[in-house]
Design a protein around this ligand. Structure first.
Ligand code: SAM
Length: 306
């Protein structure tokens, strides 16, 4: 069996495994002394799809066009929170006219092989976009240099190191829900600090559990869910609900313009199965499975605690 067939089989099987078996398996597997690159190759743990040119292009184009009203971002400095499996965003940002970009993650998860970036360059060329000049052999450092980009892997600490009011546009895709709960407010405040006064942020937030696209993650008490063992097992989400995130955006000094809210027709996990702390939320709030929001700086930043 070749690697592709093995990956397809793993994906087919994992799609059919019940949530509690997935949690058990991931808790065990994530303790094995195997690096993230291996799990990505066999398809058991992945941080998204940014190593696929089509996906990466569609994601970055969506956020850029929402923020600027057009593909081109008029030579601004841009920042992506959580680029995941590649630094392709830097190439796409370059193609859309950004003069510099920062990609901020919590670890070095992006592919380092030249093939990924060669494919991205070919895709950009096929779309009639500007392509950064990549010198052979293609290395990650070379790609970053060609796009005037920096890949920063210290999460919140990396944001703290960036200068005040230095970024025009910030975006994230399926990331905000993965920021550790205890850091969420601080990340938002840092983004507010580094954003220029006229800057804008575009976020797509996925509130489904990372198990079976339901709300099984809300079955657990905070003490268990936020324990280091759970948080490092590849399915962690901070479980902040839609109303809570909107409230935090405002307290961090943003005005939120919600562009789209998707809801399940009915709760995908029975209310009586949820941990006590989630039963206080309305059905309407709990049924939100994804939303898109633009954030702009409010004039007076209120900076209350979490
Ligand atoms: C589900 S992946 C999404 C990756 C990519 N945006 C995509 O659409 O494929 C979530 C990403 O957010 C990153 N992340 C989690 N917490 C973060 C933080 N505090 N700062 C920056 N990135 C973070 C993870 O490491 C991971 O790369």
């Amino acid at each position: 069996m070749n690697l592709n067939t093995a990956m397809r089989s793993v994906r087919y099987i994992t799609a059919r495994v019940p949530w509690h078996v997935k949690i058990g398996a991931k808790l065990v597997l994530s303790r094995l002394p195997v690096d993230y690159g291996f799990w990505r190759r066999v398809g058991l743990f992945r941080l998204g799809d940014m190593d696929h040119p089509e996906y990466a292009f569609a994601v970055v184009e969506k956020h850029f066009s929402r923020a600027a009203g057009a593909r081109e971002h008029e030579g601004g400095v841009v920042l992506e929170i959580g680029p995941g499996d590649s630094i392709c965003s830097a190439m796409i940002a370059y193609a859309f006219g950004a003069t510099a970009s920062y990609l901020v993650d919590t670890g070095q998860f992006a592919r380092e092989d030249g093939k990924t970036y060669k494919r991205m360059a070919a895709y950009l060329s096929g779309q009639g976009c500007a392509v950064p000049r990549l010198a052979e052999p293609i290395t990650m450092e070379g790609v970053l240099a060609s796009c005037n980009a920096k890949y920063l892997t210290g999460g919140l600490a990396s944001l703290r190191a960036l200068p005040k009011e230095s970024v025009d546009f910030v975006w994230s895709h399926h990331v905000l829900e993965h920021i550790r709960r205890g850091e969420f407010v601080d990340v938002m405040r840092e983004v507010r600090r580094i954003l220029r006064p006229e800057g804008v942020c575009s976020h797509t937030v996925d509130l489904k559990d990372n198990l079976c696209d339901a709300l099984n993650n809300l079955r657990f008490s905070e003490r268990i869910w936020e324990s280091p063992v759970m948080a490092r097992s590849g399915f962690y989400t901070n479980r902040l609900r839609y109303s809570e995130m909107i409230d935090i955006f405002s307290r961090a000094g943003f005005v939120a313009d919600v562009l789209e809210v998707k809801r399940w027709d009915a709760l995908p996990t029975p209310r009586e199965k949820l941990s006590d702390e989630f039963r206080r939320f309305s059905d309407e709030d709990l049924r939100v499975c994804e939303f898109d929001v633009l954030l702009r700086r409010s004039k007076d930043a209120r900076t209350g605690g979490s």
